[in-house]
Design a protein around this ligand. Structure first.
Ligand code: AMP
Length: 585
């Protein structure tokens, strides 16, 4: 097939706003194409050359692209740079350069679809010494034989900005029109959702018809498109929607990972189907140790943990690992994660995606051993709104975003790639920065781990309650300390070390070391939450909960001007909590 035939279709699609018309145009192309080309056509119409989960990513640097353009057309680099400075768009520059290019090129070869595809694939795979030159030559070679309109689309594709943006749904519509019927569309959708490879689905449909597509199976190694959740905002609504009874799980604030486990290794995919295996070798290793079967696809949330406080860290901490190929092991040590599994989609040869949730959950609990780094999501089957609310508060206190409510009915299948009411999120609505810093007293400490071995890893911090003349705990503080702080603060604290808890400290936590309340540190947190663990103004809002500061960080300021009893009071924290609620309403 000539690349030009595909370009004509791009042009026709770009000139219509109607989705139906787009699908018709594409369907005609599919019908008139050889089955062996369907895969490439499907990828390319979506601005890609392989399925999303493959490692090859388009996105050549503009500068490199422009050098290839100069090489292919013989136009001076300085002229091309001038155009680039003016237009700032590689597609546009290409059009202008080609408009000036002499029409007849000696020794030009046919520009087939396969040739463009192969060149782009090689470009993506080129790595190491000399790869920049190789990429440039490969690109120049196809540009050399391109017509102006073809060159424009090659420019866009190579730099990863295809822009014509045909949604997967339109491609599915077109495939149904070309090779099946409208009624077959759910089968085509399902095949895509369980393989994440629309090119493969298209090729199978062209070659073997709809029965071929119906026979497509879940495969370990092919990510399954993520099931998504709707949202509701009260326990009553959740229960009503889920037939009065449902499974409630902690909603962790981390990175969703789908793990594919087999003899040949473990692959980890993000919700967007990116291959994350290299970034999380520790997760793969922990899973290998925890997994008891032959092969499986399991899903869960990876949450960063503060090794010193044992508490969850903000989700962004996981992103420290991105792009750190060389010092990844350091990042793993500094930002360890825990994997909370919540689903099992495949186990020992059996596809579980069409089984109800309780069965999947049971399989999940059998196929992994609980370890410090691999756990199941906290889950409870509940039918009482009060109990749901209590569980919700507990989830918040434990550093989660809220709850996921999941249907446990007979039809509670894993609806790959779809958002629906089989899963419903119930999140805390407000998410405001704490406006003010607070001044807290160190009343205890916990021994450190990792880099903080031999010193304190976290401090137990308290507010002051003048009514009862007591110090009430409000958080464990482990972040924001510089190396100098880590050396000097323990020294100061040790001067007030006690053999047991200071009598005026009210704590449910058992610290490793206790201090006389003396050192006041300035702390900034993300927000104030209710907590069953901390004692700050316990009972002010709920009998069984005090307040906690979420994600506390030392600001670097020690309030030497304040004595322990000058610290932020518990009542001030209550006020801040109420203001926070108001802001969110
Ligand atoms: P949202 O990103 O707010 O639409 O919420 C859905 C996301 O919550 C999922 O994609 C998961 O990454 C995450 N999540 C956290 N805990 C759970 C859980 N127990 N079950 C399902 N998803 C969860």
């Amino acid at each position: 097939m000539q690349y030009g035939d595909l370009v004509k279709v791009y042009e026709a699609i770009e000139s219509t706003a109607s989705r139906l018309e787009m699908a018709d145009i594409l369907a005609n192309l599919f019908r008139s194409s050889d089955c062996k080309n369907i895969r490439t056509i499907v990828y390319m119409t979506q601005g890609n050359i392989v399925p999303d989960f493959y490692p090859e990513k388009l996105g050549m640097a503009d500068k490199l692209y422009l050098r290839a353009l100069s090489m292919a057309t013989g136009q001076k680099g300085s002229r091309i740079k001038e155009l680039w400075d003016k237009e700032g768009d590689t597609g546009k520059v290409t059009e202008l350069v080609f408009a000036n290019k002499s029409q007849t090129t000696l020794f030009s070869q046919d520009l087939t679809l396969e040739r463009v595809h192969t060149a782009l694939l090689k470009i993506c795979r080129a790595d190491g010494d000399g790869s920049q030159d190789l990429k440039m030559k490969l690109l120049a070679d196809i540009l050399h034989d391109a017509k102006p309109n073809e060159a424009k689309y090659i420019a866009r594709l190579a730099t990863g900005r295809m822009r014509i943006g045909i949604a997967a749904q339109t491609v599915i519509d077109a495939l149904a029109i070309a090779f099946a019927t409208k009624a077959d569309k759910p089968d085509i959708e399902r095949a895509f959702n369980i393989t994440s490879d629309l090119g493969l689905v298209g090729e199978t449909l062209c070659q073997n018809g709809i029965d071929g597509v119906r026979g497509m199976k879940v495969h370990v190694g092919n990510p399954i498109r993520a099931m998504l959740a709707e949202r509701l905002s009260s326990p009553e609504e959740l229960l009503e929607r889920l037939d009065g009874k449902a499974m409630f799980e902690y909603k962790y604030d981390g990175l969703r990972i789908q793990a594919h486990i087999s003899d040949s290794g473990i692959k980890l995919y993000s919700r967007r189907l990116e291959d994350m295996t290299e970034q999380f070798p520790d997760v793969a290793k922990a899973l290998r140790e925890a997994f008891t079967g032959v092969d499986a696809i399991v899903e869960g949330e990876c949450v960063p943990i503060d090794i010193n406080t044992g508490e969850f860290l903000p989700f962004q901490e996981v992103s420290h690992r991105r792009g750190r190929k060389h010092d990844l092991s350091e990042a793993i040590e500094d930002y360890p994660v825990r994997f909370h599994l919540f689903d099992c989609l495949y186990f020992d040869g059996e596809d579980l995606t069409l089984k109800p949730l309780p069965q999947r959950r049971e399989t999940l609990s059998k196929c992994v051993k609980i370890t410090p780094s691999v756990k199941l999501s906290e889950a409870k089957v509940l039918d009482d709104p009060e109990k749901v609310q209590t569980f919700f508060m507990q989830a918040l206190a434990d550093g989660c975003e809220g709850l996921m409510a999941k249907s446990i009915a007979n039809d509670s299948i894993y609806r790959a790639g779809a958002r629906g009411y089989l899963w419903i999120k119930y999140k805390k609505e407000y998410r405001s920065e704490m406006n003010d810093t607070v001044d807290l007293v160190a009343v205890g400490a916990f021994y450190g781990r990792g880099k903080r071995g031999g010193t304190y890893g976290a401090l137990l911090m308290a507010t002051y309650n003048p009514d009862s003349d007591s110090f009430e705990t409000v958080c464990k503080l482990g972040s924001g300390f510089s190396d100098v702080d880590l050396a000097t603060i323990p020294e100061k604290l040790n001067k007030t070390k006690l053999d047991s808890k200071f009598t005026r400290v009210n704590s449910k936590l058992e610290a490793d070391v206790w201090f006389e309340p003396y050192l006041v540190l300035e702390v900034r947190g993300a927000e104030i939450t209710l907590s069953p663990i901390h004692t700050c103004e316990r009972g002010a809002i709920r009998d069984d909960a005090g307040f906690a500061i979420r994600f506390p960080r030392y600001t670097g300021t020690t309030r030497i001007d304040k004595k322990a009893r000058d610290a932020t009071t518990s009542a001030e924290i209550t006020d801040m909590y109420r203001k926070q609620l108001k802001q969110s309403n």
